[in-house]
Design a protein around this ligand. Structure first.
Ligand SMILES: NC(=O)c1ccc[n+]([C@@H]2O[C@H](COP(=O)([O-])OP(=O)(O)OC[C@H]3O[C@@H](n4cnc5c(N)ncnc54)[C@H](O)[C@@H]3O)[C@@H](O)[C@H]2O)c1
Length: 295
């Protein structure tokens, strides 16, 4: 497994610190050439220097993924420096906690620009280059378990849900081009976790970013041949596939629905089919009298 990414060129966004830095260092250790991107150019350069210091191949840039021209420039740099692009780790991201009635629209916009548009811009640029070269490739989008819904994380979780949807859709579109698209839901002790008491409780310091890197490397490498459209979660000790959203049975059908028949459907049928919601699996109020969960 040592030279898993020998002769491959990989872009890692947000690689100046945290998970992205670990992904970039591990890609280089596996023989891959790396474009180390981070909007904090000094940190990106520091990661690239560390890689070069250990005999690896890396170049850095301080472009923002949230700007379409700069996202294109990240991918162009990879092709210009290394003659190809085989992998993209869409890792750059922002996070903050806020109750919905206290949320700030400007902060929400900035987060969506990086976490959603940034992933789209960089992904689209990489896909165009990969499709043009005709040699396949691998895209690893960094999503989050928060995409299932988490308290105080509405905007962040929505952005990571968007990343999940992009992953499924791109995987479908790119199946025939040999470009695999998967998502990773990591949990690791980084700056993002230090900011949240709840996250700190769930993520002790020994859960380092390095513990997630082998999963990302696997998905980038040929060993993951035939694996696409999947969301995989790793929190250090646990590794599992996230379930795919699906159209749930029973699907009731009638020529049209008025409010009365919708009410009837819920009273007679769907009450028994409501699902616990959010990452914490909260029981819907209508079902609480049948469960032990306090309201
Ligand atoms: N740490 C966790 O437990 C955890 C859990 C789930 C998902 N994630 C996701 O993993 C990814 C990495 O998170 P982290 O914990 O390492 O956070 P981090 O804050 O330590 O690192 C994120 C990096 O992204 C960079 N960045 C921000 N905006 C950018 C932009 N516009 N262009 C380029 N770079 C930009 C930052 O400068 C920073 O270096 C994020 O997408 C995050 O949402 C992390």
């Amino acid at each position: 497994m040592d030279r898993l990414l020998q002769d491959k060129a990989v872009v890692v966004t947000g690689a100046g610190r945290g998970l992205g830095e670990a992904f970039a260092v591990h890609v280089a250790r596996a023989g891959g050439a790396v474009v180390v991107n981070d909007v904090d150019a000094d940190l990106a350069e520091r990661t690239a220097e560390t890689i070069r210091g250990h005999g690896g191949r890396a170049v850095a840039n301080g472009y923002s993924v949230a700007d379409p021209a700069q996202a294109q420039a990240i991918v162009d740099q990879c092709v210009a420096e290394f003659g190809r692009i085989d992998g993209l780790v869409n890792n750059a991201g922002l996070n903050y906690e806020a109750l919905p009635w206290e949320d700030d629209v400007e902060q929400a916009r900035q987060l969506v620009e990086v976490n959603v548009l940034g992933v789209m811009y960089t992904g689209l640029a990489a896909i165009r280059a990969m499709v043009g070269a005709g040699g396949g490739g691998s895209i690893v989008n960094i999503s989050s378990g928060a995409s299932l819904g988490q308290r105080k994380l509405g905007v962040y979780s929505a952005s990571k849900g968007a990343v999940a949807s992009l992953t499924y859709s791109w995987a479908l579109d790119l199946d025939d081009s040999g470009i695999r698209v998967n998502a990773v839901c990591p949990v690791a002790h980084t700056r993002m976790v230090w900011k949240s008491e709840r996250a700190l409780r769930a993520c002790p310091p020994e859960r380092t970013p390095a513990k997630i890197a082998p999963l990302v490397l696997f998905l980038l490498g040929e060993g993951a041949h035939g694996i696409t459209g999947q969301m995989i979660r790793c929190n250090g000790p646990q590794l599992h596939v996230m379930g795919q959203p699906y159209l749930k049975q029973p699907i009731l059908e009638r020529p049209d629905w008025d409010t009365e028949t919708v009410q009837q459907a819920f009273d007679e049928v769907f009450s028994a089919h409501l699902e616990n919601y959010g990452l914490e699996k909260r029981v819907p109020p209508r079902l609480r009298k049948w469960s032990r969960q306090a309201s």
